[in-house]
Design a protein around this ligand. Sequence first.
Ligand code: C2O
Ligand code: CU
Ligand code: CU
Length: 499
Amino acid sequence: MITRRRFLGGTAAAAATLWAPRMAGAQVAAFQTPLPIPELWDARARGGALELVAAEGRHAFRPGGSAWTLGFSAPYLGPTLRVRRGDEVEIAVENRLPWETTCHWHGLQVPARVDGGPHIIIPPGETWRPTMRIDQPETTLWYHAHPHYDTGRQVYLGLGGMMIVEDGSGGRLGLPREYGVDDIPLILQDRLFDSSGALLYALRGHQRMTGMRGDTLLVNGVVAPVAKVPKGLARLRLLNAANARNFDLRFSDGRAFHVSASDAGYLPAPVRMNELTIAPSERFEILVDFSDGGTVDLETGADNRMLGGMGRGMMRMMAGSDAGTLMRFEVDASKRARTQEMPAELVDLPAPDPDRAIGTRRISLDMGPSMMRGGMGRGMRGGGMRGGPPLGINGRAYDMNRIDFEPRLGTTEIWEVTPNMMAHPFHVHGVIFRVLSIGGRPPAPHLAAGKDTILLDEPGELLMTFTQPVTRDYPFMVHCHILEHEDGGMMAQYGTVGA
Ligand code: C2O
Ligand code: CU
Ligand code: CU
């Protein structure tokens, strides 16, 4: 007999016909659960080889709860993998799930045949053993399942974890670096639960448009945790691992913080901000001063980023996400603060040089009407209509057997990327790009370093340099990181001529 809980989690299509009741008993005592810190797996300390196991598990999102989940070597989420620039590492992934999966190293600059995209399927019972050379600046990345049509559900159920690349620069700069103490991973998500406390992946009509969203905010897999921090400067490694929602982060007392790094590494200097938007799959490192000794909450604003010209009815149909509190920070004076002072400068970062581009490529992120303009019917044949709205790139739904672009290895191009209907977090595999403009204006300072994901609510110009080998058999993906958009067809792929 199949239990209801298992049934809901296991079959998204069947769950789609159910409506989602509000979580009963959602008002548990907040800020009592200590912030869980994912285990740190250091590749050097483990002889250059790591082995993850993707499996089912049970996890307590709240004290006393227990829900069916998926994880990498953990009931939910996975360990933080730390790798060192210049090293060669093997990161094996064993699939103990009843379905095919893949494991993608999001933001890692490695050849396409080891990047774990949808073509690199790990069948149930098998182990994938890629080896790769780490060669990119120090930063925070993540890894997650990426099987076509099932990425949204598998990541939602827990298949994601953080990854850290080190090259020694953070140590030289004197940045906080005691993992879990003053260098804290924060994996931000939203989820929907049914009245029994089971995770609900329920794609109703509008959830296919807006992506899967939930009314419950999680940090490192738990509701409303509290972190004890030393009385000094802390580095928070923020990862938005939500399927679809953007977080507009701020502290409850309005305190300023400094953004020190984004997706692909450090900024030239810390950027002072009071509110920071982080889109799905983006990472930011922020430096926060807790030396005042007080208690403060990390909050998010509401998220509803429809683009101009949307009617009121459409706005209602595509309801966004509410504001809420993610977690609390309390200062623990008994913890020794190693860092009090923030460096004034971080790294040398040359300005992006658009003159290096050999051409411009236009990419539109299409849904609904803009998809129709791109050619009615093609989306349907490509699979983008699998029970959902038409979603695609340049008017076509993703097709695993079609190479959409063929940039040349070693060259630089400008990509003009146009979002339609709503803001989309645009992501490219195998490239660290620079943002030249969004809406015709230069990017905000905290978006001016290397990126692999950028939230576009207006057309953006991105400077792409192709450095990683890619073939027609193992292409790189280009997609919206709203996972239901990606699964629904808003994805394309590129091979490289000259690889
Ligand atoms: Cu997080 Cu195709 O990627
Ligand atoms: Cu990626
Ligand atoms: Cu999208």
